[in-house]
Design a protein around this ligand. Structure first.
Ligand SMILES: C[S@@+](CC[C@H](N)C(=O)[O-])C[C@H]1O[C@@H](n2cnc3c(N)ncnc32)[C@H](O)[C@@H]1O
Length: 307
């Protein structure tokens, strides 16, 4: 198992996702002789997991079953142990696209935090790219390094335990893109510029408050970044539901001049019967959920051009 290469069979040491439902899943480390408790009972790693195919339905000791999934950056984002606030797939997908990341890209990131974004960047830039990620909190930097190793992506990432606002990224003129998710990104803008390649590149800064965005935009302007633009990404989810709608009353097609008063009376009776007995129709429709996830943060993008 590796986060950048799919393997068919579950092996000792793998990180695997136990899927109970779309809203209920968690990550485990598969270990010879190990066991995992679920609400459907225990899963014995040696018997139920090792040697089985990813995607298998596994029956737990109380008779209920779960699926065991191969990990992906998207599944890791919803199952990882939180050490910090993290970025979610809605913002991540926009970041990857707007930074124009692709296999072989060189990227600088700070802070590493819980590594949610780092995993998505690494999957995108593999097999020949490199991520330089800077985190000033020692334990977080060490934990991220340990997870990158466990997930067999450590050859694609360099973790640095330092203050990006004082020491920068530790690389100069190598990056195609820079990403900032720190409380004072404006202090790291000049280091971002020097980390980017001479011929230029893209930068993105994520901030929850508009005051942070304003200061960052000013710093970007001072450092000659161009095309500065800020977005807020809101996800509107649609639910498929059965909807009942009243049928329109289109009448009976008009009256015939030869209709007798008795005919007209009968037609009127038929109309009122159809309103009360057959007046609605049911169909499937996509309807937006009444509640939606709110503000996460603003994404400010800009370009460094060859000066
Ligand atoms: C919100 S978290 C980043 C989350 C990350 N983007 C993710 O998706 O998991 C911010 C991190 O930046 C780190 N940080 C804050 N200021 C920093 C600085 N000046 N230099 C390096 N790291 C910094 C914090 O310790 C924290 O771990």
């Amino acid at each position: 198992m590796s986060f950048v290469e799919y393997r068919d069979v579950i092996q000792n040491g793998d990180t695997a996702i136990v899927f109970l439902g779309h809203d209920s899943m968690f990550a485990i480390k598969v270990q010879q002789g190990g066991a995992t408790q679920t609400k459907y009972g225990a899963i014995k790693h040696s018997i139920d997991l090792i040697g089985k195919k990813y995607g298998s339905k596994v029956t737990c000791s109380k008779g209920g079953w779960v699926y065991i999934l191969h990990p992906t950056p998207e599944l890791w984002t919803v199952t990882l142990p939180h050490r910090t606030q993290i970025l979610y797939s809605t913002d991540i997908s926009m970041i990857i696209m707007m930074l124009e990341l692709k296999p072989g890209s060189i990227v600088c990131e700070s802070g590493t935090g819980s590594g949610s974004l780092s995993h998505a960047i690494i999957r995108t830039i593999a097999p020949t790219g490199q991520l330089y990620t800077v985190e000033f909190h020692k334990q977080r930097a060490e934990k991220a390094e340990e997870e990158f190793c466990d997930h067999k992506i450590d050859h694609l990432v360099t973790v640095k335990n330092q203050d990006v606002c004082k020491e920068g990224f530790g690389v100069v003129n190598v990056a195609d893109a820079v990403f900032l998710d720190i409380p004072s990104p404006w202090e790291a803008v000049k280091y971002s510029k020097s980390a980017l390649k001479m011929e230029g590149g893209r930068i993105c800064s994520f901030s929850p408050c508009i005051e942070q965005v304003q200061r960052t935009c000013l710093a970007m302007t001072e450092q000659d970044f161009m095309d500065i633009s800020t977005f807020e990404i809101l996800l509107r989810v649609y639910d498929v539901r059965t909807v009942s709608l009243q049928l329109p009353d289109l009448g009976t097609g008009g009256t015939n001049s030869q209709d007798t008063p008795a005919d007209l009376k009968n037609q009127s009776k038929e109309n009122s019967w159809s309103d009360s007995q057959q007046g609605t129709t049911q169909f499937k429709s996509g309807a937006p959920l009444r509640e939606m996830a709110g503000h996460t943060g603003y994404l400010t993008f800009a370009t460094k051009y060859l000066s």
